[in-house]
Design a protein around this ligand. Structure first.
Ligand code: SF4
Length: 459
């Protein structure tokens, strides 16, 4: 099994990797099939199903599909240009993707929220169609946004995960469980980051890997800074105000005054995470880590380490990201990183496990201590539901990322106090998360039909 660090950490747009980024990626894939096809499409249609229909408006799925069909990609997203494009599309009922003629697409009629027909493959289904001048369908494809910005067609989903099929070149450390990972670390004498780096280098050059890792951290760090600098309200109708800016200003003012209690360090961890998730909620550019909803935990933990832990070395950020990606890959492979599949334990729980592992690694932990750190963080998110109020990735998501970062730091610290021996193996914890997610009511899996989503008055 092989998932690249750049599959886990992808630069994308908020607020949701499964409901915003995935649908935009699906639109890009559909346009690509049309570019190479013998059809001469005149128009496009899109329908959203299951969770994409129920919480699509709150997650800006409609916006992502409209912009995606206009040729916008998550990597190249520019907020100001996107607003201009949306106004043009709504006024002209036409999209203009590169490499294709202008295509009829009236968002008011050609984009359908189909609440009654969930698609069989996954909770997040969508169908895209190209039509002729009479409106008859020339080509159609069903896509599933399976979490973390990953998208599969119906056929791809049926064929299984390409990561399972040993596609492309083999990697030197093909671990598919934490037990295998530790065994390979023992046999090779290498750290988890070193094994992951060797796996990446089987597929890309050292320069591409280092440039890519630097770009990921740069995008994460920029997102923290934008979030800390920006005040005001968040979109969506809940009336939630951004808090990171004010909290950060207060923390800066208190610095060096010796007035604050020791637990104030938790506020620093929270504020870095909240800055990212407020940017995400506002539709800004974020890095999936492993998803948009959980995008704050890993950057906040790295920033905490860099800014607050003596002797932290920026040169080790790559090792942090590689270790975190190794853990994220194990969780995705053996359970899920999708709130729609397994609830928030799979999103913030996975992010916390990844961040705990990364921190333990850069603070000198052995592979066993790193695995222990990931296990502690994930174990104490087991059972956590996904119940975003009004379907917006705001409540409980923004604060939850702060608490996810705090748990990650605590888990790493506890693991580093031990010698790596521990009672619950990470593999058992991941399997428990999978089973718990399977048994969890659909109400608690990103549908906004249960939990806080129905118990908090939101209008
Ligand atoms: S509750 Fe958790 S899983 Fe659900 S949208 Fe928020 S961050 Fe994602």
């Amino acid at each position: 099994m092989y998932l690249s660090v750049f599959d886990i950490f992808k630069i994308g747009i908020g607020p949701s990797s499964s409901h915003t980024m995935g649908p935009m990626v699906a639109a890009a894939r559909f346009l690509e099939t049309l570019r190479g096809s013998p059809f001469n499409p005149v128009g496009l249609r899109a329908s959203l199903h299951g969770s994409l229909a129920f919480t699509g408006v709150g997650h800006a799925t409609d916006r992502a599909v409209i912009l995606g069909l206009d040729g916008v990609t998550p990597e190249a997203y520019d907020a100001a240009a996107a607003e201009t494009a949306l106004a043009r599309i709504r006024a002209t009922a036409e999209v203009r993707p590169d490499g294709l003629p202008p295509l009829r697409f009236d968002p008011a009629t050609d984009l359908v929220f189909d609440y009654d027909r969930p698609l069989p493959g996954h909770a997040n289904g969508m169908t895209l169609s190209a039509t002729d001048a009479q409106g008859d369908v020339l080509a159609t494809e069903t896509y599933y946004s399976i979490g973390g910005g990953f998208v599969r067609t119906e056929a791809e989903l049926a064929a299984g995960d390409p990561a399972d099929q040993g596609a492309e070149r083999p990697v030197p450390y093909p671990f598919s469980s934490a037990a295998e990972m530790l065994e390979m670390a023992r046999a090779s004498g290498r750290s988890i980051a070193a094994m992951k780096r060797a796996n990446e280098l089987a597929r890309m050059s050292p320069a591409a890997l280092e440039t890519g890792l630097a770009r990921i951290w740069s995008a994460m760090s920029d997102c923290i800074e934008r979030g800390l600098a920006t005040d005001g309200g968040l979109p969506g109708g809940l009336g939630i105000r951004r808090r990171a800016h004010a909290i950060h200003s207060a923390l800066m003012a208190e610095r060096g005054m010796n007035l604050t209690p020791p637990h104030t360090i938790n506020d620093w961890m929270s504020v870095y995470a909240m800055a990212v998730n407020e940017e995400n909620a506002a539709g800004g550019q974020v890095v999936t880590a492993p998803t948009n909803g959980a995008a704050g935990v890993v950057p906040a933990t790295i920033r905490y380490w860099l800014s607050h832990v003596p002797a932290a070395q920026p040169s080790k950020i790559g090792d942090f990201l590689l270790t975190a990606a190794a853990i994220g890959g194990l969780i995705k492979h053996n359970a899920s990183i999708s709130g729609a599949e397994c609830g928030c334990q799979a999103e913030v729980g996975s992010a916390s496990a990844m961040a705990a592992a990364g921190l333990a690694a850069v603070m000198g932990g052995s592979p066993e201590q790193v695995e222990n750190a990931a296990e502690i963080a994930l174990e104490h998110h087991l059972g956590m539901t996904c119940d975003p109020v009004k379907g917006l990735v705001q409540v409980p998501c923004i604060e939850r990322n702060g608490l996810g970062a705090i748990k990650a730091v605590s888990a790493a610290s506890l693991a580093l106090r031990g010698d790596g021996r521990h009672f619950v193996p990470l593999d058992a914890c991941i399997e428990t998360m999978r089973q718990t997610g399977r048994d969890m009511s659909e109400k608690y899996k990103e549908t906004a039909l249960g939990g806080l989503a129905v118990n908090v008055p939101n209008c």
